[in-house]
Structures are given as C-alpha cells and as structure tokens.
Design a protein around this ligand. Structure first.
Ligand code: PEP
Ligand code: MG
Length: 327
C-alpha cells in the first residue's frame, strides 16, 4: 500500500466526478519541511509556529523567528504556507513563560492562544514583525488560533498591520500580499460568521479543539478519548452548517484538525461541502487515494441521508456505503 501511496505523489487529488480537493499538510518543525515535497501535498495549511517555542529553552528572539519562517517559505517555494500565530497555553504550556501564568483549573479554556497574544502583545508584535520580514517580496498567510469573537480577530490583525506600516516607513521590502484567517475551534465563532465575512480572507476548522468544546470533553483526557466520535450527528451537523454558511458568505473554508487525516472522516467532510483539507503528512497518500476513488455527488447524497435520518452509528453507515462503492 505504501508503494501505491508514493505513486500518488505527483497525482492530483481529484474526485471521480472531477472535483479538485486541496490536500495540504500540517507542520511545525524544520524536519517537516521535507515532507511537503515527499508527500506531494499542495501546501502547508497549518504551520504551528509554537513548536519553535516549545522546543526552545528560552523565548526565541525576533532574528531566530525570522530566520526560521524564511526557511519555511524557502522550502515551500511556490506552495502556499499558512502560519498560525503561537498557540501556547492549554495543552501546550511554555516552561519559561509559565512563571507569569497562574495555575488554571481549566487550561484548555483558559489563558491561551490569541488570548495571550492580545494581552502580551509584545509577543505578537515580535512574531508579526518576524513573519512580515521573512515574507518580504512573497505572499504571507497568517492565521489566528482560538478566535471566539470578531473583535479578537480585528485586534490581532491590527497588530500585524501596525508592523507592516512601521516597516513600510522604514522602506523595507514588504510581502507582496498578506492574507488573514481565523481558526474555527471555539463554537461561538460559528454564530458570527456573517460578521466575519468581510473581515476574513479564510477560515479553517480545527476539529481537535472544536470537538473538545462542542462536547465539553477535555481532548487530553484519555478517559474521554473514545467517548465522542467525530462522526457523531452533532459534529456532522455543525460542520454542515458552517460549510453552508461559508459558501453563502463567500468565505474560503478549510479543515485542519486530525479528523481530515482519516479517510472515512475525510469522506464525510467532503460530503459536507469541505474542499480543502490540511492533514498530518502520513495521511496524504491514504487521503489522496480516497479522493480519487470517490464520486463526490453520490457521497453528498449519502451524507444528506445520514444528516436527515441521524442513524445511531453514522460511522458504520458511511463505512458500509464506502465499501459498497469501493471508496
Ligand atoms: C485543532 O484544534 O484542531 C488544531 C488543528 O490545532 P491544534 O491541534 O494545534 O490545537
Ligand atoms: Mg487547536
């Protein structure tokens, strides 16, 4: 099977009925960069910038950040990269930053991600400056984690725009374009998509945190790991609604959580209207193989039936359908 997957490297992820699916990878470490070409993915749909912070003994300075981001863009060449601003706190505490954080009872719902970024805006300013400088003359895509309300997105974007203006004043070469996106992982944001439409350049559903918050179930608690299925009616309906809203509002939508890396779950996502996946590199082969064996029109119908009839085991229903249709 592995050999078959590597044969797919240079093949596009197109369904049998001719729909092109974007298959990006999630990355964060220098070692991940080689996987972009090795897998033949379309780009990096989620670059977790906090990894550079997590593996360091002290806070990476602006020069170190700029160098790293430039290396990422160099390695990606013409392929797009979406840099997510640091998502620390929650399941990713920073030892050298911890001292200033008080102990929290619910760190996943606590002071993390964009909440830290906006309050400690020196951290975000340094990262903004590093990203903008690293992308001089190239396209820059920036994504903010854990956005719950429109003003958070506005403030985070303003931090970047202020840095862009500063560098313009310094006569520095700027990125040819900056696009700003948000992760949809806090359910509240889904209620505000109409308010976000004019603000956002793109939106990416983070199913890992989204599931945790939809079900109020700690993603790092092994006791709960098997309890909630990504293919439960609540998740399927939620994503269906978001994908419909995004289409109606003209918001470019992707999914970057682990759900997209499992063939059957990815099949469900495509049936729900998602056309852009960002997944763990090892999943690119299996997902491309699934996409190329799929009649998307039929899959959409099956998903509509599952949404409507809400069978007790949607996963089993879809699995049977996939087997019958040789997906
Ligand atoms: C997510 O929450 O789904 C996601 C992609 O981000 P992370 O796993 O880094 O929190
Ligand atoms: Mg997340």
């Amino acid at each position: 099977k592995r050999a078959a997957y590597s044969e797919l490297r240079d093949k596009e992820a197109v369904t049998k009925d001719g729909v092109r699916i974007t298959v990006n990878i999630n990355a964060g470490l220098r070692d991940d960069l080689a996987l972009l070409n090795l897998t033949g993915a379309d780009g990096i749909g989620l670059f977790r910038t906090e990894f550079q912070f997590l593996v360091a003994a002290t806070m990476p300075g602006r020069t170190a950040q700029t160098r790293f981001y430039r290396d990422v863009l160099d390695a990606a060449g013409d392929k797009p990269v979406i840099f997510r601003t640091v998502d620390i706190g929650g399941d990713k505490p920073l030892p050298y930053f911890q001292a200033s954080q008080s102990k929290e009872d619910n760190p996943a719902m606590g002071w993390r991600a964009i909440r830290i970024g906006l309050e400690r805006d020196a951290l975000m300013k340094v990262q903004a400056r590093a990203l903008i400088e690293a992308a001089a003359g190239r396209k820059l895509n920036v994504m903010f984690p854990m956005v719950a309300e429109p003003w958070e997105f506005d403030e985070a974007k303003a931090v970047f725009e202020t840095q862009r203006e500063y560098l313009r004043g310094q006569k520095k070469m700027l990125p040819s374009q900056i696009r700003y996106g948000a992760m949809l992982e806090v359910p509240a944001l889904a209620e505000c998509l109409d308010l976000m439409a004019d603000r956002l350049d793109f939106l990416s559903i983070g199913t890992n945190d989204l599931t945790q918050f939809l079900f109020a179930a700690d993603r790092s608690n092994p006791r709960l790991a098997e309890r909630f299925d990504w293919m439960s009616p609540a998740i399927l309906r939620f994503i269906h609604r978001v994908s419909g809203d995004a289409e109606r509002l003209g918001i470019s939508l992707g999914v970057c959580g682990e759900m997209g890396g499992r063939p059957l779950d990815a099949l469900a996502l495509l049936g729900l209207g998602v056309r852009n996946l960002s997944i763990t590199p090892a999943s690119v082969g299996p997902i491309k193989a699934m996409v190329r064996s799929l009649d998307l029109g039929q899959a959409r119908q099956e998903i509509q039936t599952i949404l409507k009839e809400a069978p007790a085991e949607p996963r089993i229903c879809l699995e049977q359908w996939a087997n019958k249709h040789q997906v």
